[in-house]
Design a protein around this ligand. Structure first.
Ligand code: ADP
Ligand code: MG
Length: 586
């Protein structure tokens, strides 16, 4: 085929595809436009996951009547004047691509009125065709209505998730911006019902209470003022949660750079490292962190979605962020004296200190080892042990005699071949995991603990969707929940192993862990893992001899006693031969 120029209708759809990936991208672009317009009140109304209809109104500066067509032309913007400006972008928008992209893949009506105009005007754009302007009675500001998104791009439509998922993504973006701009009042209506509102009072804690709840809001720790320091160094503002409020996944860690919501792994690592030692392993904080730095030190023109940024001095930003979080935590929390380090860390440490007798490989019962055994030690984020592999049941551990507990974390036991050091948390996690999976597959009545008084739990969109999709699984775990109007649910019973956790926390914890997956494909395994993970005895718990003996007995019954559900070792072996060798007896 000869080379030909694509027709404008095809090229505009291709370009639009980069900026507008899903309904949430429309919401994000329109929210950013309203914020850039200086609005103090922004309301959004959506139906059918934002695909059928998404409307946003603001009281910002408006668009003059004679610029309405231009606003829908590609690369037309009022925010950047020449190439010099690209080095120092202070507005959320600057690419002049959002309105034309949205216009290319939907039916849009934009009505606007500036403060100088007496009457407003409106313009229609239908799948890229700009219509005539009309007079429109509208108060100062702009209202954009987007309908039938992707009707002319069926391929994109096919890849969208359920309406509920798309709605929850939009909810997520709007609430993130509400936390970044507490001085703006945001309002979200979903299918005609009010879903979220912030007052615009400027109080971040108040917004956090509306997004999460007032208990979390009260426990949040303030970071610095977040103003750029005189010497142009980055500065960190916002709030972080106390180590006692934590979550099972990273989705509650929010970052803004110069008040732009960004996703950046490096920033996340800095925060997680700062929490190390303050927070339990595999738990994540809730943060709303705004990093301010000179506009010339950050490149926002990196991706059409503008949610990825590059820093000219990444190390500096990393260090400053980590220090501010660490300082804030240190001055608000006593350092816990029991830290729970990973096997890898302990292993490195032991090697470095010259202690060479602990085996590098965890103990693997000999009747299980095959020539192609894959590595057992794996990262928490990339578990390699697939639980779906069929294993012959039967005792695979020798009979172990409990000797005692050390560091209130490990149980020392003696077997015929040597000593075994057992991680009490990992071992109990394995026991619970197998028991719950077994109960689920045999339709056994789940071990459930009724609450003396039912507890009201408020769920956000993500949790609501998970709950409706997996209600049967939750019931099979022993979780009894009833809808109680809007986003509220009544929790009547919780899985027995989670009886010690605050009931309001249980449901959210389980949903979060299930959502994160823990590396398991099947939802049953995800569910079993989340109860095991939250219900297992913690490191730091003093155990009586009877409790230790009972745990070891239960571990002996397991199909795969040598690893926790994540594939990390539950035990290390120090063989009699090694002991004798080290003491020079052989
Ligand atoms: P960008 O935001 O990158 O400039 P857009 O396509 O999103 O590009 O918008 C084009 C222009 O339309 C903006 O530069 C701005 O002048 C105007 N505009 C868009 N939305 C609004 C709004 N809600 N209020 C005022 N002006 C707006
Ligand atoms: Mg824009």
């Amino acid at each position: 085929m000869p080379i030909r120029l694509l027709s404008p209708s095809v090229s505009s759809k291709i370009a639009a595809g980069e900026v507008i990936e899903r309904p949430a991208s429309v919401a994000k672009e329109l929210l950013e436009n309203s914020i850039d317009a200086g609005a103090t009140i922004i309301s959004m109304d959506l139906r059918g996951g934002g695909i059928e209809n998404l409307r946003i109104s603001d009281n910002g500066c408006g668009i003059p009547r004679d610029e309405l067509e231009l606003a829908f032309r590609r690369f037309a913007t009022s925010k950047v004047s020449d190439s010099i400006d690209l080095d120092s972008i202070g507005t959320l928008g600057f690419r002049g691509e959002a309105l034309p992209s949205i216009g290319a893949v939907s039916t849009v009506t934009l009505a606007s009125c500036t403060r100088e105009q007496k009457f407003g005007s409106a313009i229609n754009v239908i799948e890229g065709i700009i219509g005539e302007k009309t007079d429109h009675s509208v108060s100062n500001g702009t209202t954009v209505t987007v309908q039938n998104l992707f009707k002319n791009v069926p391929a994109r439509l096919k890849f969208l998730r359920s309406e509920a998922t798309e709605t929850s993504r939009i909810h997520n973006i709007l609430t993130r911006y509400a936390m970044a701009y507490p001085e703006i009042s945001f309002d979200l209506r979903i299918d005609g019902k009010q879903n979220f509102r912030s007052s615009g009072s400027g109080d971040l804690r108040e917004v956090i209470a509306s997004v999460y709840n007032s208990k979390i809001a009260d426990s949040m720790i303030e970071l610095g003022s977040g103003d750029i320091t005189v010497d142009g160094e980055p500065s960190v503002g916002g709030m972080i949660c106390s180590p006692y409020t934590n979550r099972a996944n990273r989705s509650y860690i929010s970052f803004f750079v110069n008040r732009r919501w960004v996703q950046n792994r490096m920033l996340s690592v800095a925060v997680e490292q700062a929490y190390h030692g303050f927070m339990k392993e595999r738990r994540y904080p809730i943060t709303i962190i705004d990093i301010k730095l000179p506009l010339t030190d950050v490149d926002v023109n990196f991706h059409p979605g503008k949610s990825e940024v590059r820093f000219s001095s990444e190390g500096n930003v990393f260090g400053t962020l980590q220090r501010s979080v660490r300082d804030a935590l240190s001055s608000h929390t006593p350092v816990p004296n029991v830290t729970h380090k990973s096997f890898r860390v302990q292993h490195d440490h032991l090697q470095a200190s010259g202690l060479k007798f602990w085996p590098i490989e965890p103990f693997i019962p000999s009747n299980r080892q095959s020539p192609n055994t894959s590595p057992i030690v794996s990262d928490a984020d990339s578990p390699q042990v697939k639980e779906s592999v069929e294993v012959t049941p039967g005792k695979v551990l020798p009979v172990l005699r409990v000797v005692g507990q050390i560091k209130t974390t490990y149980i020392i036991t003696e077997g015929p071949e040597g000593l075994y050091l057992i991680d009490q948390h990992a071992a109990h996690e394995r026991v619970l995991f197998e028991r719950i999976k077994n109960d689920m597959s045999t339709d056994k009545h789940p071990a459930s603990q009724s609450l003396l008084e039912p507890v009201l739990v408020k769920l956000d969109e993500v949790h609501k969707e998970l709950l409706s999709e997996h209600s049967q699984i939750l019931l099979s775990l022993g979780m009894v929940i009833e809808p109680f109007g809007d986003s509220t649910y009544l929790l009547r019973a919780v899985p027995a192993p989670l009886g010690d956790i605050q009931p309001e926390q249980v449901l959210i914890e389980i949903l979060d862990t299930m959502n994160e997956g823990g590396g398991f494909d099947s939802w049953n395994e995800r569910a079993a893992f989340s109860v095991a993970c939250h219900g297992a005895i913690r490191a730091g718990k003093v155990m009586s001899r009877e409790e230790m003996e009972e745990l070891i007995r239960q571990l002996e019954e397991c199909h795969q006693p040598n690893t926790c559900p994540h594939g990390r070792p539950t035990m290390l072996e120090l063989s009699n031969k090694q002991i004798e060798r080290e003491f020079g007896r052989t």
